[in-house]
Design a protein around this ligand. Structure first.
Ligand code: URP
Ligand code: ZN
Ligand code: ZN
Ligand code: ZN
Length: 483
């Protein structure tokens, strides 16, 4: 099977040039001028870019008494429709469950994926089995480990568990990740708000002010530094968290921050909407913030202090959101975005001049491929790389509606937004899954992408730790006692 993408402009994280791209058996085999042979895809007027990688999804996830509505089939179909060709989903072991047993559950679900996927392992409890499971997981190609500092009484881990787990993750050459919110304070504020009669969805935002995120982000950074492990902070929503990340990076710490497309483009006013359903559909953690926080996130992407744009795609139907009528703390937390991340970021980032097309590729694909150690198999337009590509038409427009989306849910948080910049074609390992608006995804086409540990970064941290470790001072003599 040979496909030639013709007459396009190749845009990568660092280069822009006119070239045709030959794809054979799922990989890029040639990049050059006037290539011939095979099925041709016309990319005239388009950019040929690495397909997007969304490193933060929750497909068919058991959470808050229900399951997120999109599964690996509908979720990855939505991804491909919007130009994303790889997702990284979170395995959530239950309390006391072996990590690799949980991994089997996720492998069963992901057999339906239409694009490639990888996993992060969540550390949801601590014990001997988890200590061992971290090594088993890394050997199985799951080398990033997420810790929830929120969701007290469910997924949350405490600081001693965090420190032990971070050290273990560092030992196996893994990447530590955190959902950074102070779960103790959130629990206190939630109880207080409910007691005072604040039961509506807006109280979800009141219960999670930026301070709870800033504090937890800073704490995670310091604990990671003491443990000697690189750290990735998911869904950074506010200046308070961004400030901690910016400071850490300036100090030479290996810390990356991930804002979501939702936080970049939607704000807290959504929670004050008079329609309960409208507000509840937007309940997620951390909540949407005000414009000053949004400006901070954009500035972080522009300056490089924030590295990756994700979605945290965790969709619930209106019916599921209504579990929280009369008590906001029971509204399942999560929003969708897989189909809309790339078009929304292009529209609000590239079309406004905040991001260059190359920076767009960096924050939607290449940076995370490097952080997660699957570059240049993914996140690249290079000979030998997987042909996970998007042929991006910067002139194509649409208005986002739930009625025309791939996701299973009955609404879209971006409903009514007009986007300019959409895929003409999306290729997943050479298969043209999106063909000029036509969805040709294949259930089961997606393959697991195992990832090696990142020895270079971890070695650098360990080496520095060794060189600067506490040592006894060599003295010439010790004064005798009583002199
Ligand atoms: O509200 C959210 N973000 N739901 C998904 C789970 C998580 O915290 O990432
Ligand atoms: Zn989270
Ligand atoms: Zn999440
Ligand atoms: Zn918009």
């Amino acid at each position: 099977m040979t496909t030639i993408i013709k007459n396009g402009t190749v845009v990568t994280a660092d280069l822009t040039y006119k070239a045709d791209v030959r794809v054979e058996n799922g990989v890029i085999t040639e990049i050059g001028q006037a290539l011939r042979g095979g099925t041709e895809l016309d990319a005239t007027g388009c950019y040929v870019m690495p397909g997007g990688i969304d490193p933060h999804t929750h497909l068919e996830m058991p959470f808050m008494g229900t399951y997120s509505a999109d599964d690996f089939e509908s979720g990855t179909r939505a991804a491909l429709s919007g130009g994303t060709t790889m997702v990284v989903d979170f395995i959530l072991p239950g309390q006391g469950q072996d990590l690799m047993d949980a991994a089997k559950v996720w492998s069963n679900k992901s057999t339906r994926a239409t694009c490639d996927y990888s996993y992060h392992m969540a550390v949801t409890w601590w014990g001997e089995k988890v200590w061992q499971g971290i090594e088993d997981s890394a050997k199985a190609g799951i080398t990033s480990f997420k810790h929830f500092m929120a969701y007290k009484g469910a997924l949350m881990v405490n600081d001693d568990e965090l420190f032990n787990s971070f050290r273990r993750v560092g030992d196996v050459g893994g990447l530590a990740m955190v959902h950074a919110e102070n779960g103790d304070v959130v629990a206190e504020l939630t109880a207080k708000l409910l007691k005072e009669g604040n039961t509506g969805p807006e109280a979800h935002a009141y219960s999670r002010p930026p301070q709870v995120e800033g504090e937890a982000t800073n704490r995670a950074i310091m604990i990671a530094d003491m443990a000697g492990v690189p750290l990735y902070v998911v869904h950074v929503s506010c200046e308070d968290a961004h400030e901690a990340i910016r400071r850490a990076r300036q100090q030479g710490k290996r810390v990356w921050g991930e804002p979501l497309i939702q936080h970049l483009t939607l704000d807290e006013s959504e929670y004050f909407h008079p329609d309960w359903d409208h507000a509840a559909r937007r309940v997620m953690s951390p909540p949407f913030r005000n414009k000053q926080h949004q400006d901070s996130l954009w500035a972080g992407l522009m300056s490089g202090s924030l590295s990756v744009v994700a979605t945290d795609h965790c969709s619930f139907t209106t019916e599921q959101k209504r579990f929280g009528r009369g008590d906001f703390s029971k509204i399942p937390n999560g929003t969708g975005g897989l189909e809309d991340r790339m078009p929304m970021l292009w529209t609000h980032g590239v079309n406004t001049g905040r991001l260059t097309p190359n920076e767009f590729v960096a924050v939607t694909s290449t940076n995370i491929a490097k952080i997660l150690n699957c570059y240049p198999k993914k996140g690249a337009v290079l000979v030998g790389a997987d042909a996970d590509l998007v042929v991006w038409d910067p002139e194509k427009t649409k208005t986002i509606t739930a009625a025309s989306q791939q996701s299973k849910i009955d609404y879209n948080v971006f409903e009514g937004h007009t986007v300019k910049g959409l895929p003409r074609f999306t290729l997943t390992r050479g298969h043209v899954a999106i063909h000029d608006g036509e969805v040709r995804t294949q259930e089961g086409h997606g393959k697991f992408v195992p990832r090696e540990p990142r020895p270079a970064v971890n070695r650098a941290l360990t080496q520095w730790k060794d060189l600067t470790a506490p040592r006894p001072v060599e003295r010439t003599g010790i004064p005798a006692t009583g002199v």
